[in-house]
Design a protein around this ligand. Structure first.
Ligand code: SF4
Length: 297
């Protein structure tokens, strides 16, 4: 699939966020060539009057000056060094990053400014930036989440047309953990009737534990307008027998507790059963000694 890259400078790098667990976000790219069928960003795109269906992710905006702008913003006296979520609206390690290296440049800026950040990604390309992540983690809090909704190959292929296989993400996770970086797994989105079977959830939690994940969390599919139409089209193609139950479950964007609580309960029990915990041998924490060590390696 060909993707058009639109090189468009930005005026601001950091976005203020409301109603989320973080106050700031950063997206070096807009649009995502991974083109997951369930991508919640399709909803925002539709509200902004941009393509949210099949055309989503075929044209990616590249904020070519994002690192320079970020350096100015983090250099302001008023910057409180609050955690910035990188990748909340696009994957920072989608294919464009291989060419433009903007996420990497932003991580350098965070490290220089001793400012904390979290990353969420499906991209194993992150291991390319282990050196910067290590340096940043000795200067401020750093957390990485790998999104791994399932290890089932068929479900992955049908729902994530542009991502690397989930087991590659777990191999990348292992490398981060071995390097001392705090990294966990988000099982998201869990698809009711598709990827919510306890044995499929167990496969992910077990493999996350084996890869050394410091934490595992989950979230059930959210279908806002824009995402909903696209996802339902694909559901009708791939799992037509489930269309009636989805129409019933998704009268609102988020299904009721009768659907979400059992999934959360199962994952919580699996975490206990498999012993998911922070087992990093040499965790990197912000400290002058760790900083010296990271520089020496
Ligand atoms: S990787 Fe994330 S941002 Fe990209 S299409 Fe998939 S869900 Fe959307």
């Amino acid at each position: 699939m060909s993707v058009e890259f639109r090189e468009e400078p930005c005026r601001s790098a950091l976005n203020r966020v409301q109603g989320m667990p973080f106050k700031w976000s950063l997206n070096p790219y807009m649009g995502c060539a991974h083109r997951c069928t369930f991508c919640y960003v399709r909803g925002f795109e539709r509200r902004a009057d941009r393509p949210a269906g099949e055309a989503y992710g075929r044209s990616v905006r590249v904020k070519v000056n994002v690192a320079e702008v970020l350096r100015r913003e983090l250099g302001r006296k008023s910057w409180q060094r609050e955690v910035v979520a990188i990748g909340a609206a696009t994957d920072p390690y989608q294919p464009a990053e291989g060419r433009y290296r903007l996420t990497r440049a932003c991580l350098e800026v965070f490290a220089d400014a001793r400012s904390p950040f979290s990353i969420i990604t499906r991209g194993p390309m992150i291991v390319r930036d282990l050196d910067v992540l290590r340096r940043a983690a000795t200067r401020a809090e750093v957390h990485v989440t790998f999104s791994v909704p399932t290890l089932d190959t068929e479900i992955w292929r049908r729902t994530e047309p542009g991502t690397a296989p989930p087991r590659q993400r777990l191999r990348a996770l292992r490398m981060l953990i071995d390097a001392g970086i705090d990294a966990g797994v988000g099982i998201a989105p869990v698809l009711p009737g598709i990827s919510d079977r306890p044995e499929l959830l167990a496969d992910v939690v077990r493999a996350a534990r084996d890869a050394g994940a410091t934490n595992v969390w989950c979230n059930v599919l959210y279908l806002q307008p824009g995402t909903r139409e696209h996802f339902m089209e694909h559901l009708a193609r791939d799992w037509p027998e489930l269309v009636p139950s989805y129409l019933a479950l998704y009268r609102r964007p988020y299904p009721g507790r009768a659907t979400t609580e059992p999934v959360k309960g199962t994952v919580a029990a699996l975490k206990k059963r498999f012993g998911v915990a922070d087992r990093r041998v040499r965790p990197l924490e912000p400290s002058p000694a760790a900083e010296q060590l990271a520089l020496a390696i």
